[in-house]
Design a protein around this ligand. Structure first.
Ligand code: P6P
Length: 304
């Protein structure tokens, strides 16, 4: 029997055919897991384990906290969405990995000490670093914040290295672009409906442009780059909101605040101050240019 040559087995088409589609399972928050969700999660878990620096890990794809008891003195806790936006994968839409890093208090570290999920029920202000990667058709990016500015790196394929292409990213204070899934508008609160209506039918000036990809990293990156506002409001369909506090809202809020923007929840509270009730807790989110988020707050305050 003739053996199939290796290059035929590894042919991109073959790999792609095998890697798209559903994995036949669902994650902790009920989303259908794509094959790349599972693979991305496995890669992230093994990378955190192998680093020797991570004590516990929260992943969107894992019901429970992952504890690396083999590293009892590791000082960091990591939260991540391994492949955010994966529901769009088969359509070739940019997806990415969102992560946040917390430093654990010394008193809970050391051999024999147990560290549980309660160690991560913290506000995003406690993070020491945050960032996301974006795997897009035009470029692969890493956007990070550690101790101050927001830095953007782009993969230079010929070198196989990430180059600092967007040093100290800063959002413009305003930009007439809004990004929200308008398919949910029948579920929005009255103040929220009025806010988006005011962008589309302004009393003066031109209407805003609408841009919505449905992949948070892609929508957030565009908003970080051009300005405007990204929103996923809590509404009558998702009273707590859809996006997860620990590994979607908080890391993005840290990046936007450090890039001169703002990030609030559906009660206009600073997103970075919100403490999750559980590791997969959710929140409404409005994040973007400072003046644009202030318009949301002003409209909300007319009703409360
Ligand atoms: P909808 C992707 O599934 C995700 O978690 C975020 O990346 C994205 O912003 C949001 O959900 C899109 O949700 O309901 O508009 O498809």
């Amino acid at each position: 029997m003739t053996k199939t040559p290796v290059h035929r087995l590894l042919h991109p088409t073959r790999l792609l055919i095998n890697l798209t589609g559903l994995a036949g399972s669902s994650n902790t928050t009920g989303d259908d897991q794509k094959k790349l969700d599972v693979i991305g999660n496995d890669i992230f878990v093994s990378a955190m384990r192998g680093s020797g620096k991570c004590r516990i890990l929260v992943s969107e794809e894992e019901e429970e906290v992952i504890k690396f008891d083999e590293h009892p003195n590791a000082r960091y806790a990591v939260v991540c969405d391994p492949i955010d936006g994966s529901s769009n994968l088969d359509a070739g839409v940019s997806v990415g990995t969102i992560f946040g890093i917390f430093q654990l208090p010394d008193e809970i570290l050391g051999a024999g000490k147990t560290v549980g999920p309660e160690a991560l029920l913290l506000p995003g202000t406690q993070m020491v670093a945050a960032g996301f990667t974006m795997y897009g058709a035009s470029a692969q990016l890493v956007i990070t914040m550690r101790g101050g500015g927001v830095q953007g790196f782009t993969l230079e394929n010929s070198l196989g290295e990430f180059i600092l292409t967007h040093p100290n990213m800063q959002l413009p204070p305003k930009r007439s672009i809004y990004s929200v899934n308008e398919g949910n508008s029948s579920y929005w609160d009255k103040w929220c409906t009025e806010y988006f209506h005011s962008l589309k039918f302004p009393a003066e000036g031109k209407p805003y442009s609408a841009r919505y990809i449905g992949s948070m990293v892609a929508d957030a990156y565009r908003t970080l780059l051009y300005g405007g506002i990204f929103a996923y409001p809590a509404d009558s369909k998702t009273p707590k909101g859809k996006l997860r506090i620990l590994y979607e809202c908080a890391p993005m809020a840290m990046l936007f605040e450090n890039a001169g923007g703002m990030a609030v929840n559906s009660r206009m509270e600073r997103l970075l101050s919100v403490v999750p009730e559980s590791i997969h807790d959710r929140s409404g989110v409005f994040l973007g240019s400072k003046d644009e988020v202030q318009k949301v707050i002003d409209t909300y305050n007319k009703y409360h």
